[in-house]
Design a protein around this ligand. Sequence first.
Ligand code: 13P
Length: 256
Amino acid sequence: MPRTFFVGGNWKCNGTAQSVSALVDTLNNADLPAAGIVEVVVAPTYVHIPLVQQKLRFEIAVSAQNCWVKGNGAYTGEVSADILVDLGLHWVILGHSERRSLLQESNEFVADKTVYALSKGLNVILCVGETLAQRENGDTMNIVNDQIKAVADKLSPSDWTKVVVAYEPVWAIGTGKVATTEQAQEVHQQLRSWLSDNVSADVGAQTRIIYGGSVSAKNCNELAGAPDIDGFLVGGASLKPEFVDIIASAKNRASA
Ligand SMILES: O=C(CO)COP(=O)(O)O
């Protein structure tokens, strides 16, 4: 089965009620490729989720940017997967590099969150990626393989149908310094091989591996043409009308 192109908009800690409504209007009025060509998910802040759910066209799903590692309880400031499910959400982003670096989320912790979120029925956008120093040391694949292994060790092969892997090199996030198509394709292809060798051939073939890091309307079409790039996780540009052009790049994808 071909892998459906996937474009996520990670709005991070941004937005006002007014700007979020304007962004939703832009998406609602856009001419998007059909659902069979591209799956689109946007991740507003927790606070803006209900507003987006009320207004956004049904073809675009809403995601949380994070969730707690366990269920409800005495965890001040956290939001559990149970609460997200109760709200009607189907997606959560886990392991984003900003949480790994700013909040010291370990591979183990991200893996435990993934297990819990999946157990509640959520789909997970699992982020992995290396820093510039790690890349320059030639450690890229060790780092991303360790990040994915921590999760794979706790999942069964069937869980992977509910996981999208987002390769987001830290040095490309919010820097305007996008990975070249060759750099991204190389990591995606190796991640896919890792999944094939260590989980199953099916999981390797079917898991969507999307790229994130300074994706824009200018660079998305070339990236979308690479055989192992199954879509994007977009930060800054997902807050602008150009997100519509990035979604449309699904038409450029290499046939899987
Ligand atoms: O972190 C990202 C998406 O999760 C990427 O952010 P930018 O697109 O702003 O580089």
